[in-house]
Structures are given as C-alpha cells and as structure tokens.
Design a protein around this ligand. Sequence first.
Ligand SMILES: *[C@@H]1O[C@H](CO)[C@@H](O)[C@H](O)[C@H]1NC(C)=O
Ligand SMILES: *[C@@H]1O[C@H](CO)[C@@H](O)[C@H](O)[C@H]1NC(C)=O
Ligand SMILES: *[C@@H]1O[C@H](CO)[C@@H](O)[C@H](O)[C@H]1NC(C)=O
Ligand SMILES: *[C@@H]1O[C@H](CO)[C@@H](O)[C@H](O)[C@H]1NC(C)=O
Ligand SMILES: *[C@@H]1O[C@H](CO)[C@@H](O)[C@H](O)[C@H]1NC(C)=O
Ligand SMILES: *[C@@H]1O[C@H](CO)[C@@H](O)[C@H](O)[C@H]1NC(C)=O
Ligand SMILES: *[C@@H]1O[C@H](CO)[C@@H](O)[C@H](O)[C@H]1NC(C)=O
Ligand SMILES: *[C@@H]1O[C@H](CO)[C@@H](O)[C@H](O)[C@H]1NC(C)=O
Length: 498
Amino acid sequence: MLVLVVLVSAIVPATVVRGARAQSTQGVAAFQWTDIATERGDRLPNFSFCGYHASEQPLPSDATQPSVSLDATKGDQTQRIQDALDETAAAGGGVVILGEGDFVVSSKGLTVPSGVVLRGAGVGLTQLKLSELGAEPAISFGSGTTIPSVPPLHFTNIVDQYVPIGASQVTADNTTGLSPGDRVFIQRQVTGQWVRANGMGDLSLNGKEQTWLGVDAVVRQPREIKSIHGNTVTLDIPLTDALDTFQNYMSPVLVAFMPPNASSEMGVEHLSLSLSPTCSGAPLNTHCDNPAISFSPWTTSSWARNLEIAGFNAFVIVQYNTSRITLQNVSMIRDADATDHDNTDRALPADILIQGTQILVQDCAQRGLSTARSFAVMTGSLVAGPNAVLRHKTASDNQTIVPHQRWAHGFLVEDTEAQVRFFNRATNGTGHGWAINAGVGWNLRGTVLVQSPPLGVNWCVGCSGTVDERGNGTFVERGQEVVPKSLFEKQLADRKGK
Ligand SMILES: *[C@@H]1O[C@H](CO)[C@@H](O)[C@H](O)[C@H]1NC(C)=O
Ligand SMILES: *[C@@H]1O[C@H](CO)[C@@H](O)[C@H](O)[C@H]1NC(C)=O
Ligand SMILES: *[C@@H]1O[C@H](CO)[C@@H](O)[C@H](O)[C@H]1NC(C)=O
Ligand SMILES: *[C@@H]1O[C@H](CO)[C@@H](O)[C@H](O)[C@H]1NC(C)=O
Ligand SMILES: *[C@@H]1O[C@H](CO)[C@@H](O)[C@H](O)[C@H]1NC(C)=O
Ligand SMILES: *[C@@H]1O[C@H](CO)[C@@H](O)[C@H](O)[C@H]1NC(C)=O
Ligand SMILES: *[C@@H]1O[C@H](CO)[C@@H](O)[C@H](O)[C@H]1NC(C)=O
Ligand SMILES: *[C@@H]1O[C@H](CO)[C@@H](O)[C@H](O)[C@H]1NC(C)=O
C-alpha cells in the first residue's frame, strides 16, 4: 500500500516552470505563458479552436437580406413561424426575420432547421412570448433526434506510454486504413486502476456506495487527423486530457468514425424570448427543466447572439456531440429564486449547460434578481474540450461557473468577476467526484477554488480575487492580472498568424 502511494505521488505533475520574469525599462514584468508546463510535459490546451467554424471565420453578417419577413399579428404564431423556417430550409436556407412586436409561441416550441437563421428586429423590439413550457425547448437548433452511437470504421491501439495535455501527436500501432481528414475519437475505457488512483474508488454517502465512473464509461476526445507520417498521427486539435499507460491506468485507442449528417449554419439573433409565468427557481426534474434554447446532438457550426431570455430555469443546453457553437452576448434573466432559501443542499439549475466540444461562450450574462442561485455555466460528465467561457457576467456570488461532474476536460474560463470552482465534488450529486481536468482559469477576479486531481492538473493563471485555500491546483502569477488579457484571443491570433 505504501509503495503504491509513493509511486502515485511520484508521478503527480505538480511543478510549474515559471515564466521568465524580465524587467523592462517600464518595470513591467514579462510573463511567458507558453512556458507553463508540468514535469510530465502537460501544457495549457489550445482553446482557439472553440466557436463557430473553430473561430477560423467570423459569424455570418447579421445584415443579409431575409428570405421571409413576418409581421407581428395576434394569436398563436408557432405554426406560422415554423412554416416560414421549414420553407426557407426547403429553398436551400436563408434568413427568416420577425418584425417588431410580440409573437406568441406555444409550448410546442420552434425548431430551426439546418441552414436557417431566425432573426428579430432587436432585443426588446421583437418579443417571442411563451406562457407555458411543454416537453420541448422553446427553440431547438436542428432536429431533436438522438443518434445513440456512430459505428467505428477503424480501430488502432495508441502505443505511447504518456501523451501529455496539449500534445498533438500520438503513435498508432497500425495506421493502415487511416487518412488525413478522418474524424476520430482518441478514447479510452475507464479502468478501476485509474479510478482508484484518483481517489474515487470508495465514495460513499450515508453508508451507500457511489460510483464516480464505471468501467463501462469511455473518455473520448473528438478530433480530425491532420497528417500521418509512419506511425505518427498528427491531430487537428491538441489533446485536452493526457493518455497515461502507467500501471494500466489506460489502454488508449484511436477510433475512426463517420459522423452523421449534422445540422449546421443555424442562428438565432436579435430578439427577446420570455416565459411568463416564470419557471425560474422551480425545483429540478419538472417540465421547467426544458431550456429556452437547445442545440441538438451533432449540431455543428451554429450560433445564438444578441438575445435576452427571461423566466426560464435552464436557459441554454448545448447537447452531447455538438461542436463549434458560439453563444455571444446572450443575457439571461432569472426573475425568481428557488423558494426553499434555507436549504443549501438543493440541486441548483444551470444557466448554460455545455455537453459538446469546441463551444465558445462569450460576453454572456446572468441578470435579474441578484440573489438568484444557479450554476452560471457548467459542463456535464466526461465533456471533451476544448470549451471556453470569456468575459462572463453574473448578478451575484450565488452564480458560479463550475464543471459539475465526472472528469470533463479542457475548459477555459477567463476575464471575469464570477466565482469559479474547479474541484473535487466528492459525494455531492451522486458521486460527482473530480469534475474537471486541464481546467484553466485565466485573469479571474472573483473567488476561486482550484484543485488538481491526483492524476491531472488544473491551472489558475493571473487569479487576483479571493483564493480558497483548499485549492492545490497550479497557481501562476497569483494576485495579478497577466498579459495577454485573453488566452483564447492570443492563441487564436498566433494560430491565424501561422
Ligand atoms: C455521442 O456520441 C457517442 C459516440 O458515438 C455516443 O456513444 C453517445 O451516445 C452520443 N450521445 C448523444 C447524446 O448523441
Ligand atoms: C495493419 O492492419 C492491416 C489491416 O487492417 C493488416 O493487413 C496489416 O498486416 C497490419 N500491419 C501490421 C504491421 O500489423
Ligand atoms: C449524408 O447524406 C448524404 C447525401 O444525402 C448521403 O449520401 C450519406 O450517406 C449521408 N451520410 C451519413 C453518415 O448518413
Ligand atoms: C448585446 O446585446 C444588446 C441587447 O441585449 C445590444 O444592445 C448590444 O449592442 C449588444 N452588444 C454587442 C457588442 O453586440
Ligand atoms: C446568496 O443566497 C443567499 C441565500 O439565498 C442570500 O442570503 C444571499 O444574499 C445571496 N448572496 C448574494 C451575494 O446575493
Ligand atoms: C457538498 O455539498 C455540501 C452541501 O451543499 C457542501 O457543504 C459541501 O461543501 C459539498 N462538498 C463538496 C466537496 O463540494
Ligand atoms: C489535491 O488535494 C486532493 C485532496 O483534496 C488530493 O486528492 C489531490 O491528490 C491533490 N492534488 C495534487 C496534485 O496533489
Ligand atoms: C495552439 O496555440 C499555439 C499558441 O498560441 C499556436 O501557436 C499553435 O499554432 C496552436 N496549435 C495548433 C495545433 O494549432
């Protein structure tokens, strides 16, 4: 037992190569963020791939000619708007614009099809109004069909002993049948060894055993093959979770797959969406769980921008297997808090739930009641990075940005006053345990709790607010803002410059 403990702690990546601090003539310290690395070579993930088209192109202009314009009229407008959206899709895509005024929508909700944009005349000018939430989100992007799994086309073992976070290359056992451009999962089946080494093998609450991650769980990193040289496979996006074969923690594989025909190029912009009577503050596990906006599984390269959404309990859900989604300047208004104020054990709703990958959330805000409690942005179980949240605003300290459960990886939160927690949620939830690996807090001014799992690392760079001392994550330049102000934008500029 002692031997095991020693071995485990010996491989814990704990040391930081601190940036060289040269004094310029102005006396400003130069800080080299690119030097940040663990002993094992883990580096900050490259978050620049988040967003619409991996942020390689801007969001489409919001001044394009609409295909269809609808004026506000009395009565339920659900079918009228849906018909316009479907006709536009059938004609090859385009913009449906809603004029100024109120549009009443039923609990059936609206579905934006592939290639179609739903645009209003502006926040506060065009108002979509629901008086009831049903079994559907108010607005769904893409069809709601869940494709349970995609068949693997090709399968090969990865033979490296350790591939650090931030690496782009893996060595495959056999690259026959693989080609550049192939979509792949770098994946591994969870093992008992890895679960126990992370201290998650014996979770129990009130005498009841809890499972953090079972050995049936698969940790996936969706990628594309960029090039192949011999047995070396280069991926489009650096890894956001390390591959570690030490003591049989993992047996990683590379699986090529054919993605389903996904809905893309969908947008919702420039309008207000409200639910009254409100669902804000409703207990979980009711119809109020349905979100204002949902990006359906496998949806890709789509966006929601310049929106004001009020009265929901869940505002935006970006579902599993989605990718390259941008949420920009979305205001969410909680107009009621949970009624059981004294019960701090109460499960809280999430404003934005990220389950996909390459998701970019920027300049979004939780407004309204300053005492309302929620998870401002959270990730689900095993959510694969990179995902990024920039300049997020919250109305109160009771709204926290927090990976929620079970080893999400590659999550950036930067330039915000909001409270951020990257930590071991242990028995909370139903054994949420270590919620995040390769989390990066960057220029955080609010209260932070940053812990690193035994077999991983979370960073806090330029964190200047109150630091919860339980945090044993890697702090760099603690207490002062660092340059660049935005890691995401710096990484994107560097990548575009190449
Ligand atoms: C996402 O894709 C994976 C791999 O095919 C699959 O196992 C999983 O069920 C999918 N989830 C959803 C919600 O489509
Ligand atoms: C690689 O796999 C192919 C078929 O998938 C097989 O024909 C070939 O013999 C394998 N090469 C090696 C070196 O094992
Ligand atoms: C996608 O759609 C095209 C054309 O409709 C079809 O040929 C192809 O088989 C589809 N691919 C998948 C994975 O369903
Ligand atoms: C954000 O949305 C608001 C409306 O809610 C709008 O007034 C403002 O101009 C938008 N900001 C940007 C930078 O687009
Ligand atoms: C957080 O919530 C508690 C309990 O509802 C409330 O008393 C407190 O004022 C809230 N804090 C802030 C900063 O709003
Ligand atoms: C679990 O929840 C309880 C009650 O909300 C809280 O006091 C405790 O700090 C939480 N534990 C962890 C590890 O977050
Ligand atoms: C951080 O502390 C937790 C206990 O709270 C421990 O399980 C973990 O191994 C520590 N992480 C590192 C990197 O030492
Ligand atoms: C990731 O970010 C770095 C640093 O900004 C950039 O130079 C590099 O090109 C990016 N990596 C990849 C694989 O694009």
